[in-house]
Design a protein around this ligand. Sequence first.
Ligand code: KIV
Ligand code: NA
Length: 267
Amino acid sequence: VKKITVSHFKKMKAEGEKISCLTGYDYTSAKILDEAGIDLVLVGDSLGMVMNGYENTLPVTADEIIYHTKAVKRGLKRAFLVADMPFGTYHSNIDDAVKNCVNVIKTSGAEAVKLEGGREIIPIIEKLTSSGINVMGHLGLMPQHVHTMGGFKVQGKNGYDSILQDAVALQKAGVFSIVLEGIIDAAAEEITKNVDVPTIGIGAGKYCDGQILVYHDVFGMFDDFVPKFVKKYADTKSVLLDAAKQYINEVKSSVFPDDEHSFKAKK
Ligand code: KIV
Ligand code: NA
């Protein structure tokens, strides 16, 4: 297997090859995604919701991201690994932001970090990229801004010039790609045309250079809420639910374990 590196993504955009991305949070599922041929795995701060049951991503810590990223790293041979920087780890000053990002790269095995934000975080991104750290941008619906957005709202409906300017600024600061989340497809199309780094869409329509979805959504495991942009590729929850019920029944009725699953004395 040929390891995917940061240099592949620009080439894929140039050649019109779409980039496939998913989130991942643990060793076993990372192995499945890698074996399937995924290009990029993001250890998203969405782990706050799907792994921990928080209402939003705000409580997630850098230590949690590092813990999950280390696990995912052990499951990957080919895919490129990105760690999400959680809320509060790059929001006070440049020095702390850089220190926190360096720590994630140093300890987790991630090959890049992802930061939400536009022009306001450019000095941080410039410092990171000039220090040898790959940065993925994230524009549009930024879940870490949930309180100031007033909920999770689709962006760009009343114009998207500001998002476009942010994307151009991120590119100038050296990001290797930009996640576009929850924006109208016309905005994503315009941004994708105007930057030469790949755009990775989630709820951003078909014109992006790649797509990303959350692991638990794609496999139909998470049903606290299912946004419109989620396509379920499997109904894993019902598979697990049925299997769990069957196991419970067999234990209750002493069907399991049978002799086939038991150790016997030597004859
Ligand atoms: O946290 C996350 O999973 C993300 C992706 C959905 C882009 O930021
Ligand atoms: Na995130």
